[in-house]
Design a protein around this ligand. Structure first.
Ligand SMILES: Cc1cc2nc3c(=O)[nH]c(=O)nc-3n(C[C@H](O)[C@H](O)[C@H](O)COP(=O)(O)O)c2cc1C
Length: 303
């Protein structure tokens, strides 16, 4: 009997639904013991998020500080770990980072094959690079990466996702689509579980090659790569400034957060559309470099 450990942190339950869709074929197979465990921060994060609390999480997320998490009850050795996470400010969510930095994770992940599952708005490239670094530090072997993103064009999800996170409202409005990942996409994620059942049956998790190739596990939009890289550079600078202004929740910190939010909004209104237009114009001249970057970010699973 193969044993699979599934770890995730989900606030609204969306990532948990994705994880359920993927793991149902494993549970139904009768050949795999599947232990599903939620990562729980010692001090829970709110959902929906109050405005300042949301941006207050920004420096710690970007700098991979993590948070204290509860120890997870685990009795056994596992053949495969599925790690589900969401992207927070282009980084793995703070509770998942907290768990990966714990002594328990150090013992658990060493030498283990891992499949990461991301459910986010649509900016996860840098988060996954950070995740790769943390898994490498733990001595784990990343076999695959599955990514599901929110429905609708980026320009719409810039509005629908924050509205959902700050108010809990998910429904479509004023021509904007419903927030979050389309339910058909979540249901279709069961194909990854079906493939994992076959792969585990053939002991393929013991090799070093992807198990989920040719299933459309990842789709990188080449035109968004530059935006993510630029945004992350600015995130590093602003996260240092916000941290220096005071402890989480302090007045000094809230003041710098206010300045930052005004800066961010003006960027979104001015620089982001200009950047998208510029990238569209430059795309034919930079096609080879962008195609290579797309292929690199889509590793290991590809699409
Ligand atoms: C503090 C915070 C920051 C976020 N930053 C990003 C981000 O940088 N990129 C992205 O694609 N999604 C971002 N999201 C959206 C999440 O990745 C995710 O889609 C959403 O929180 C729902 O996940 P859940 O299953 O935990 O409810 C952020 C969410 C939160 C709460």
């Amino acid at each position: 009997m193969k044993r699979v450990l599934v770890l995730y942190y989900s606030q609204s339950g969306q990532l948990r639904d994705v994880i359920d869709s993927i793991t149902t074929p494993l549970q139904d197979s009768g050949a795999i013991e599947c232990d599903c465990r939620a990562i729980k921060p010692v001090h829970p994060y709110p959902y929906p998020w109050p405005f300042y609390r949301f941006f207050d999480a920004f420096p710690e997320a970007v700098n991979l500080d993590g948070c204290d998490v509860e120890s997870i009850e685990l009795a056994k050795e596992y053949d495969l770990i599925i790690l589900g996470y969401t992207s927070w400010f282009l980084s793995p969510s703070i509770p998942v980072t907290g768990f990966l930095k714990s002594a328990q994770a150090r013992a658990l992940f060493k030498g283990k094959p891992v499949v990461t599952v991301i459910a986010c708005r649509d900016m996860w490239l840098i988060a996954q690079e950070k995740m790769k670094g943390m898994l490498k530090d733990l001595g784990a072997c990343l076999l695959d990466n599955v990514v599901l993103t929110d429905q609708g064009e980026s320009i719409y999800t810039f509005v629908t996702t924050p509205r959902w996170l700050l108010t809990g409202k998910k429904e479509a409005f004023w021509g904007f689509p419903q927030a979050g990942i389309a339910s058909e996409e979540i249901a279709a994620a069961s194909r990854f579980g079906e493939r994992l059942v076959l792969a585990l049956g053939d002991d393929r998790e013991r090799g070093y090659t992807p198990l989920l190739s040719k299933l459309n596990a990842v789709n990188v939009n080449g035109k968004l790569i530059a935006s993510e890289r630029i945004a992350h550079r600015s995130f590093l600078i602003w996260s240092r400034l916000i941290k220096r202004a005071g402890a989480p929740g302090s007045r000094g910190r809230n003041l710098v957060i206010t300045v930052y939010v005004v800066f961010l909004l003006s960027m979104i209104i001015t620089v982001v559309p200009l950047n998208i237009l510029l990238r569209k114009c430059l795309y034919p001249f930079r096609k080879d470099a962008i195609d290579k970057a797309v292929a690199d970010y889509e590793k290991p699973s590809g699409h």
